[in-house]
Design a protein around this ligand. Structure first.
Ligand code: KIV
Ligand code: ZN
Length: 543
């Protein structure tokens, strides 16, 4: 039974935003009134489309809850028709997450829209996002449809979606390569059919900032009913211009930007939320009167969470959230920063929640000190989890002289793992050297059953992975392996991320330990456990 949502904040906001933009056209950027840019986060949909980023339902929920703490306005939780797992994840988020509009993607087909509406039904604020390609190349080769038919299908899809909610968003896919006059016609028609938001995607990351900005300006000038909708933009990063294009669009009247944490997404990814927001805040002089609801102090933690759960390591030189983003190496720079921070820093690390490498605790620190420090870092653990984290902290403090905040984050991340660990690592032993063939013995436990196996290999990691495979009898191909030190120093925690190919699927895993071989085995097991959990969820069997 179609359900119509009474609350329609997007539509109300749309009128204001467009009116604001029109005014702005007249007043240019001198207008000092606040214009709120809607932050539409698509980490869980476009971000999750990145090869190997597959997230379980509970992982998506954990990220969605953090996105609410971060202050995003809309969470695109998934593409419900794409798989039963994605349907369940969107439904879970719709049921459990409040504080943001929950959005589901649908092609311009009744079955997609029905499925999205069903998945979103429990959401307090829901949005259905329908899309249909409008560029010549997509219409000719992919859809094999002429312009008139595309307009008809887009209008029908929006009208159909409006039966379920007033908050309908339409995207003319590949808009930046669409004939402008045809784009204006489609946009006008879908607004007339009831779209509260029209999203202009640069689907293949082809646009240049000046031309993309001009396209948004032209939409504002040429589409007669544009004041009745919010203009959104969704930029891909194939030429490294996703953020620049989105900012150009904001300057020309876009009221919503679509983005992902750490910029993950299809191919080269999407515009990175942290880069967009920090540009708007740091260069407020270039964006007068423009604001977002983002709590920037949550950025670093959100970035870490997404990196951990997707298995995508954040490059050290990544803007805002990379490990080196606030580190000064050159003597001249260090000297400058010590004399006056602003000589070489345009952003205060603490403003994005980056607390750096402060020494926080040692082996004599107690449980209260740990709890207090974790709270300051934004982790309020329940008693049982705190106790467990304290045990891990003590074990680490015994091994390491200095425990840094980054180490604590690793401890808590392991602690917060919601996956039932099907197989746990009990022990790993290995030997190797210049003239010795590497050999490993791995002992694993699954509930009351402990099993072990031995293997040789090309190196210690290979030997361990072969031993794990013998033990569990899983056939996994190692597609990617990366190791990073969580902090500086020889005794730093090693963070290993792997991507495995199992049964035709790519799946990521992550493990941490001061011993990098142990971290490697943990990462491998983490990926296998995630695979087993997914299979069990599909077959509804108890592991
Ligand atoms: O890149 C794109 O065009 C998309 C649409 C579905 C908005 O992701
Ligand atoms: Zn996209």
């Amino acid at each position: 039974m179609p359900r119509k949502c009474k609350l329609n904040p997007a539509a109300a906001g749309a009128a204001q935003t467009c009116a604001g933009r029109r005014q702005e056209g007249l007043l240019r950027m001198a207008d000092k009134r606040k214009r709120n840019i809607i932050i539409f986060d698509t980490t869980l949909r476009d971000g999750e489309q990145a090869p190997g980023a597959g997230l379980t339902g509970s992982e998506k929920l954990e990220i969605a809850q953090q996105l609410v703490r971060l202050g995003v306005d809309v969470i695109e939780a998934g593409f419900p028709i794409s798989s039963p797992g994605d349907f369940q994840a969107v439904q879970l988020i719709a049921r459990r997450v409040s504080g943001a509009t929950i959005c589901g993607l649908a092609r311009s087909l009744h079955k997609d829209i029905d499925t999205a509406a069903e998945a979103l039904q429990a959401a307090r604020r829901q949005r259905i996002h329908v899309f249909l390609a409008t560029s010549k190349i997509h219409m000719k080769y992919k859809l094999k449809k002429a312009e008139a038919e595309i307009v008809k299908l887009a209008v029908q899809a929006v009208s159909y979606a409006r039966q379920f909610t007033d908050d309908v968003q339409f995207s003319p896919e590949d808009a930046s390569r669409t004939e402008p006059d045809f784009l204006f016609r489609v946009v006008e028609a879908v607004i007339k059919a009831g779209a509260a938001t029209v999203n202009i995607p640069d689907t293949v990351g082809y646009a240049q900032p000046d031309e993309f900005g001009a396209l948004i300006g032209a939409l504002c000038d040429k589409v007669p009913n544009i004041n009745r909708a919010v203009i959104a933009v969704h930029c891909h990063n194939d030429l490294g211009l996703a953020v620049a294009n989105s900012l150009a669009a904001v300057k020309n009247g876009a009221g919503q930007v679509e983005c992902t944490i750490n910029g993950i997404g299809e191919r080269a990814g999407n515009a990175a939320l942290e880069e967009l927001v920090l540009s708007l805040n740091t260069r407020a002089d270039a964006f007068p009167g423009i604001a977002t609801a983002i709590r920037t102090r949550e950025i670093y933690k959100t970035s870490r969470l997404v990196s951990k759960l997707t298995g995508f390591v954040v490059p050290p030189n990544k803007a805002i959230v990379g490990g080196n983003a606030f580190r000064h190496e050159s003597g001249i720079h260090q000297d400058g920063v010590l004399k006056e921070r602003r000589t070489y820093e345009i952003i205060r690390p603490e403003d994005v929640g980056f607390t750096g490498e402060n020494l926080v605790l040692g082996k004599h620190s107690g449980r209260h000190a740990l709890a207090q420090r974790l709270r300051e870092m934004g982790f309020d653990l329940p008693e049982e989890q705190l106790q467990n984290a304290f045990g891990r902290f003590k074990a680490l403090a015994d091994k390491k002289k200095e425990v840094f905040e980054e180490d604590l984050v690793s401890i808590v991340e392991e602690q917060l793992q919601e996956l039932p660990l099907v197989w746990r690592l009990e022990s790993v032993e290995f030997c190797g050297g210049t003239h010795i063939q590497p050999r490993a013995t791995v002992r694993l436990r699954k509930q009351n059953k402990a099993v072990s196996a031995q293997s040789s290999g090309d190196g210690p990691v290979d030997a361990c992975y072969r031993a794990v495979e013998k033990t569990i009898k899983v056939n996994a191909a190692l597609l990617e392996y990366a190791i990073q030190a969580a902090t500086a120093g020889k005794d730093a925690m090693g963070v290993v991320t792997v991507k495995l190919g199992i049964a035709g699927q790519e799946i990521s895993g992550r493990g941490t330990s001061t011993d990098i071989i142990e971290a490697s085995v943990k990462a491998y097991l983490n990926a296998i456990n995630r695979h087993l959990c997914r299979c069990a969820a599909k077959q509804r069997v108890c592991l």
